[in-house]
Design a protein around this ligand. Structure first.
Ligand code: S3P
Length: 450
């Protein structure tokens, strides 16, 4: 059931050891990009392992509305017949990106240099999120936009008929913004240059190069300088989507805090721009090993083995690592509750503008379950109680945020009393098989939806 519909209360009851293999779904970031880049290539892109969560399905729907032919075989292979760079048709209706910031921001970038007018909307969470971070740079290409106050959706964008290339320094660490500017640059003549001071996930750069774009990255004193030559002919690709490290985070953290656990999470992409959580967990004393390390499709991949780790200690997380684990702070804060001592997380202002204000949502839920949390605008501290000492017993609000809901479900596996969320529906946006997968490992989750 969807996070847009009737709330689905969910409860996690403390459980015995988690054991077995956890085959988590495809990477959400790469899945969105596969569909969008496929729609901008000429010819047929084939995708296997696509994440079939609501966020990505909304992007597939959007690509159809822009004129691409997007179909799914019965065996789960997706075929995208693209319209070419600059070939987007004007959609007949409003584009609804549901809960997905990645979907809407990337698509806004991709259409910004096409002579079409598009109105975007989303669910109650997405319609609260800031879009000026995208509409500011696409205005430099010549696109115009009108939205609600504070640059919120619903919003109409008039794409530039005669786009000009842009040089843009991204003001916040955001792969979505970087990607939106690069996608707008695809249909502008000449070179578009994007500079990021802190490295964020680099799937757009890697994949555009794979699709045949002329794109190069230099590390300079200014930061990472990415130069893209506009108006390439993108060549269709065969894409095998790796499994999502951000989804792997949930069974991994669950195993680390649940006594007796030993869980293998195979085939996880360990791109250094995504793997910060695993380094952090090891620093906290988690028993986490990489098995069968290899390279697949140009990305480092390994099987992760996570075991119950009784002697976790609180640490100060290196803020330079924040972008590489930005989606993992909610579940890290749960692990921190089971560690001895304080876990200090700094330089994480971006957490306040995700699907929810994630510092606020986690702090409220952790406190309700007996864990002390201090917070400021761009930092928070979780005061760990140590294994076996976390009370639980409360119902937390998930605020239409899949990662908040899943984090509290993980927490309830090792607390003294069950932990509940008011609505587990949003989990379907990124990890539709979460309840079954965790149940198969031995978790005791119950929800209204079966
Ligand atoms: C994503 C970038 C990140 C991340 C999101 C996926 C992407 O957002 O939180 O889940 O695929 O580019 P920001 O760009 O806002 O940091």
């Amino acid at each position: 059931m969807s996070g847009h519909g009737t709330p689905i209360p969910m409860t996690s009851t403390p459980c015995g050891p988690l054991k077995g293999e956890a085959h988590v779904p495809g990477d959400k970031s790469i899945s969105h990009r596969s569909l969008i880049f496929g729609a901008m290539a000429v010819g047929e892109t084939k995708i296997t392992g696509l994440l079939e969560g609501e966020d990505v399905l909304d992007t597939a729907k959007a690509m159809r509305a822009f004129g691409a032919d997007v179909v799914r075989d019965e065996d789960g292979t997706w075929h995208v017949h693209g319209v070419g760079v600059g070939g987007f048709a004007e959609p007949d209706n409003v584009i609804d990106c549901g809960n997905s910031g990645t979907g809407v921001r990337l698509i806004m970038g991709a259409m910004a240099s096409c002579p079409i007018t598009v109105t975007f909307t989303g669910d109650a969470s997405l319609n609260k999120r800031p879009m000026a971070r995208v509409t500011d740079p696409i205005a430099l290409f010549g696109a115009q936009s009108v939205g609600r106050s504070g640059g919120r959706l619903p919003m109409t964008i008039v794409g530039a008929a005669d786009p000009v290339p842009v040089r843009y320094t991204v003001p916040m660490p955001s792969a979505q913004v970087k990607s939106a500017v690069l996608l707008a640059g695809l249909n502008a003549p000449g070179e578009t240059v994007v500079i990021e001071k802190e490295a964020t996930r680099d799937h757009t750069e890697r994949m555009l190069a794979g699709f045949g774009a002329d794109i190069r990255t230099e590390e300079t004193e200014e930061g990472r300088v990415i130069t893209l030559t506009g108006q390439p002919e993108l060549k269709p690709q065969t894409i095998v989507v790796p499994r999502d490290p951000s989804s792997a985070a949930f069974p991994v953290c669950a195993a680390v805090i649940t006594p007796g656990s030993d869980v293998l999470v195979p085939n996880i992409g360990l791109n250094p721009t995504r793997a910060g959580l695993f380094t952090t967990l090891r620093e906290m004393g988690a028993d986490l090993t990489y098995e069968n390390e290899r390279e697949e499709g140009g990305e480092p991949v390994a099987d992760l083995r996570a075991k119950f780790s009784p002697d976790l200690k609180g640490i100060e997380v290196d803020p330079a690592r924040a972008a590489s684990m930005i989606d993992e702070y909610p579940v890290l804060s749960v692990v921190a509750a089971f560690a001895q001592g304080d876990t200090v997380m700094k330089g994480v202002k971006e957490l306040r503008v995700k699907e929810s204000d994630r510092i606020d949502a986690m702090a409220k839920g952790l406190r309700a379950n007996g864990v002390e949390v201090d917070e400021g605008e761009d930092w928070w501290i979780v005061k760990g109680l140590g294994h076996g000492n976390v009370p639980g017993g409360a119902t937390c609000e998930s605020h239409l945020d899949h990662r908040i809901a899943m984090s509290f479900m993980v927490m309830g596996m090792a607390t003294q009393q069950p932990v509940s969320v008011d609505d587990g529906g949003p989990i379907a946006t990124s990890f539709p098989i979460f309840e079954r997968l965790m149940g198969d490992l031995g978790a005791q989750l119950s929800s209204a939806a079966k």
